[in-house]
Ligand binder design. Structure first.
Ligand code: 5CA
Length: 445
């Protein structure tokens, strides 16, 4: 993309309404625009990152054997009366009446609707296990929408639902989700720690939240610092292997890590003092096992091996897709702007032309731009007629992980500059080498 043809409405001033750094940078980098409290338009660059995050979520769900579908945002109230949650959900639910006076609602989550789909089409235990998920907009009329996309009223969520014959199978689905979420967040450059939590209005016995540690997080968390040393990394996971998923789950959840709702001071005090940490965290996902809480009242049963009907065991599993943009920025920025991890960056690299209009410099930039595009990469070429300082400031703010800077002086010596946004380290190398380096960096991402 050439910057002169793009739509990147960068703000020079710090927006007064933004209290935390991710909100400030998302507004300043022209990623979002607020349309009402907690409701945002996603401008092109913000939308690009959102799509990138969705893509990683889809890829990791597919790897775990989960199946994607799409349910509507609007739901009939009667479905929620069946589970008893229509009255329980309270003021957070946006209730709508259509022209026929039918009661509807804008879905805050989809347990009822997915259970309705299941009961309509699945009849036998032979069709299990089954996990269906979608990535869809949700609405929760939060009392205090704030911090931009972190606590929105309208927000994008991945929500998945497993259906199993037995509790044991459903707990495998729980573990499978836990493992696949670890991989999902790691691909986004995040460390998200599973912590024992409270199940809230979703209900159920077992639940873990995934927390990214950050000073601006809304949750108070308590943990054994040894938990921050564990990574999933590149290990091969067989998602059908119950023992393997169980062992990874245990590895990540055996050390003490809890949100304030389930915090146990006695257990916490038993941790060696130097490893006892309390901090703040951003909740980027949550997994639940709730057994037959929905299948029972809604009649979602299957014929089991013995010929009798039993309600299925279920769980639901959510990722805060739009919130993740904020979480990633909170975890990865400096005082100049965002630093995108390679896995989610909106453009693979920036190209800065230091002397727009200079024939040799323009030609070198064009050459690099086209060479990167031919390799299937997506560079952002700053071809504006602007001072170098202004171009660097924009690149630093929008946070592309790599920058190729091209100027007449370097070209005389046959070099351009390749700079890492994260370390600030620059190297003078040939244009060909710069292109090859960018290609190599993204080859295994
Ligand atoms: N049905 C279950 C799991 S699919 C569910 O709704 N879980 S949840 O309530 O925990 O939401 C899942 C994730 O959505 C949360 O972990 C959080 O990352 C994100 N989320 C929840 N509320 C908001 C909000 N107001 N703004 C942005 N993201 C949110």
């Amino acid at each position: 993309m050439r910057l002169t043809r793009y739509f990147l409405p960068v703000l020079k001033e710090n927006p007064a309404e933004a209290q935390i750094v991710s909100h400030r940078y998302m507004l300043r980098a022209g990623m979002i625009k607020q349309q009402a409290a907690g409701i945002y338009s996603w401008l092109p660059m913000g939308y690009k990152v959102l799509r990138r995050i969705e893509q990683i979520v889809h890829e990791e769900q597919a790897r775990a054997g989960h199946i994607s579908l799409l349910m509507p945002t609007l739901q009939p109230a009667d479905l929620w009366r069946e589970s008893g949650r229509y009255e329980d959900y309270g003021q957070e639910m946006l209730r709508i009446t259509d022209r026929q006076k039918r009661e509807m609602l804008y879905g805050p989550t989809n347990e009822e609707m997915i259970t309705d789909i299941f009961r309509a089409h699945v009849n036998s235990y032979k069709d299990l296990p089954l996990t269906l998920y979608h990535i869809q907009w949700k609405f929760r009329d939060e009392m205090r929408p704030r911090f931009g996309v972190m606590r929105g009223r309208e927000f994008l969520m991945k929500d998945g639902y497993n259906f199993d014959l037995t509790k044991e199978d459903a707990l495998h689905a729980y573990n499978r989700h836990l493992v696949s979420y670890l991989r999902t967040y790691e691909r986004m450059g995040l460390q998200a720690i599973p912590m024992r939590a409270d199940s809230g209005p979703i209900g159920g016995d077992d639940t873990h939240e995934f927390l990214v540690l950050a000073e601006t997080g809304e949750s108070e968390v308590f943990y054994d610092s040894a938990v921050t040393d564990i990574r999933l990394g590149e290990r091969e996971i067989d998602y059908d292997n119950k023992a393997q998923c169980q062992s990874v789950m245990e590895e990540f959840t055996s050390l003490y890590a809890r949100t304030d709702e389930t915090h146990d001071a006695a257990l916490f005090d038993a941790i060696p003092e130097e490893r006892r940490k309390s901090a703040r965290g951003i909740e980027v996902g949550q997994i639940f096992y709730f057994g037959t809480k929905y299948s029972d009242p809604m009649g979602a049963t299957v014929v089991g091996p013995d010929g009798t009907r039993t309600p299925v065991h279920m769980g639901s599993h959510g990722i805060g897709v739009s919130r993740l943009l904020g979480a990633i920025i909170e975890a990865s920025h400096d005082d100049k702007g965002i630093i995108w991890p390679e896995g989610v960056t909106p453009f693979h690299c920036g190209i800065v032309n230091l002397k727009q209009g200079d024939e040799a410099t323009d030609a070198a930039c064009e050459h690099i731009y086209k060479a990167l595009k031919l390799l299937g990469l997506d560079p952002l070429y700053d071809d504006r007629d602007e001072r170098a300082g202004a171009k660097f400031a924009t690149m630093d703010l929008i946070g592309l992980p790599w920058r190729i800077t091209v100027g007449p002086r370097g070209l005389k010596n046959g070099v351009v500059e390749l700079t890492s946004r994260r370390t600030g380290v620059s190297e003078e190398i040939s244009a060909e080498d710069a292109v090859a380096r960018i290609a190599a960096i993204y080859a295994d991402i």
